[in-house]
Design a protein around this ligand. Structure first.
Ligand code: PLP
Length: 418
């Protein structure tokens, strides 16, 4: 098919050309004396991304799932109790992974479409007088439902309950797109991956650990080998890795962080909010509902759109892909077939998103969903147009003669004229 595939799954996201170019290089010796400069700069700058001064970032070849495992196994022992509100498929998968490591998980089921219930968490922690609960698992941005939780409110609940549990936060689809404040929220283990807001291919599991989390390693008896932080800490101290790192991914990460800081983190978050608002305007105009139940849960990186009863959302996704070359995300777990997801994170602007909304709208109409032609696209376009940034003054063009005179040179045209 001619033209570009429109990749609008909520990760992997589009990899900008700049990052592709930065990764397009010959392999090199990861034990050379020149190598440490690259990882050392990455560790320094990942701290800025996580908004931490005290935390220590780790980069594993792997993915978000690997970073989940690293977070748990380095800080806990089999039989330890965890509290985990479950409001989507990724929270569910993290809980299952924890159980396989012999951890006992008190699952707090929450309706899918809502987020972490700070009030109920406070009650449960306050009732745990013996402090048997060792950790709390929170998914910052539940990619399966398009729900963002208020991690700051969770921290306040933990403090109000005066509970010392470690706070584990999955920000796989939040980091680098939605504000994340590791130190302010006193997150102990922050988990992420490369293929979402960082705009890289999948291939890195990224973790950031607080001093408390690092201290917990001494007592933690879960089996760990590849993901052992101890080996990483030793090697990373001199800018190396205990095994062969994914060197090209590291160059990509360098470029990604440079791009994020050039745009400015706060501007990156504002852009995602702006893009998300346009998608939500489209969903309203279609007369459809988001899986997220209320504005407080709306995610700025992914919107999960419920399809009407009697329609299988998988058909919409299939038609969008085969007919219009648009990749949308499917419903996962218990919402399979009930929704499709539009990813709006990473290297993205309004017009790209309008293309995806047009494709989603066409595919929905093809599948018999009664959305008015052009309605969602028009609503999003009008939102983007009416909230567009004021134009900066156009630079006044100087005639080449004037430039040359300003530089003290004789104008070539003047020479011809005389
Ligand atoms: N957590 C969340 C919120 C995710 O969205 C994902 C993947 O989409 C994961 C964890 C798992 O990450 P990975 O697929 O990189 O292993």
């Amino acid at each position: 098919m001619a033209g570009r595939n429109f990749l609008f799954v909520p990760g992997p996201t589009n990899v900008p050309d700049r990052i592709l170019r930065a990764m397009h290089r010959a392999m090199e010796d990861h034990r050379s004396s020149a190598f440490p400069e690259l990882p050392t700069g990455l560790f320094r700058d990942l701290k800025k991304l996580f908004k931490t001064t005290a935390g220590q970032p780790f980069i594993f070849p792997g993915s978000g799932t690997g970073a989940w495992e690293a977070a748990l196994t380095n800080t806990l022992s089999p039989g330890d109790r965890l509290l985990a509100p479950r409001y989507g498929q990724f929270g569910h998968l993290w809980i299952e992974l924890a159980k396989r490591h012999g951890l006992r998980v008190d699952v707090l089921d929450v309706e899918w479409g809502e987020g972490a219930p700070a009030g109920r968490i406070e009650e449960i922690l306050a009732a745990d007088q013996q402090h048997e609960i060792k950790g709390l698992l929170i998914v910052h941005n539940e990619t399966a439902t398009g729900v963002t939780s208020d991690v700051g409110a969770v921290r306040r609940a933990m403090d109000a309950a005066r509970h010392p549990a470690l706070l584990y936060v999955d920000s796989v689809s939040g980091l680098a797109s939605i504000d994340f404040r590791m130190d302010e929220w006193q997150v102990d283990l922050a988990v992420s991956g490369s293929q979402k807001g960082l705009m890289l291919p999948a291939g890195l599991g990224i973790l950031c650990a607080s001093p408390r989390a690092l201290a917990a390693r001494d007592q933690a008896k879960c089996t760990r080998a590849f993901f052992d932080l101890g080996e990483m800490i030793k090697a990373n101290a001199t800018g190396y890795f205990p095994y062969t790192p994914a060197v090209l991914m590291l160059y990509g990460l360098r470029e990604s962080l440079d791009m994020l800081f050039e745009e400015g983190l706060e501007q990156v978050f504002a852009r995602h909010q702006h893009l998300g608002e346009g998608v939500r305007a489209a969903v309203r105009a279609w007369g459809l509902k988001l899986c997220a139940k209320a504005p407080q849960w709306y995610s700025n990186t992914v919107s999960a759109v419920m399809v009407p009863d009697g329609v299988n959302a998988a058909d919409v996704i299939d038609v969008a892909f085969r007919r219009y070359d648009l990749a949308l995300g499917g419903g996962l777990g218990r919402v399979a077939g009930k929704l499709f997801r539009i990813g709006h994170m990473g290297d993205l602007n309004e017009l790209m998103l309008l293309g995806a909304l047009a494709g989603a709208e066409m595919a929905m109409r093809d599948c018999g969903i009664k959305v008015a032609a052009g309605s969602g696209v028009a609503a999003a376009a009008e939102y983007y147009r009416s909230t567009a940034r004021p134009l900066t003054p156009r630079p006044t063009a100087q005639a080449p003669d004037a430039q040359a005179q300003a530089a003290g040179a004789k104008s070539p045209r003047a020479t011809v004229a005389t």
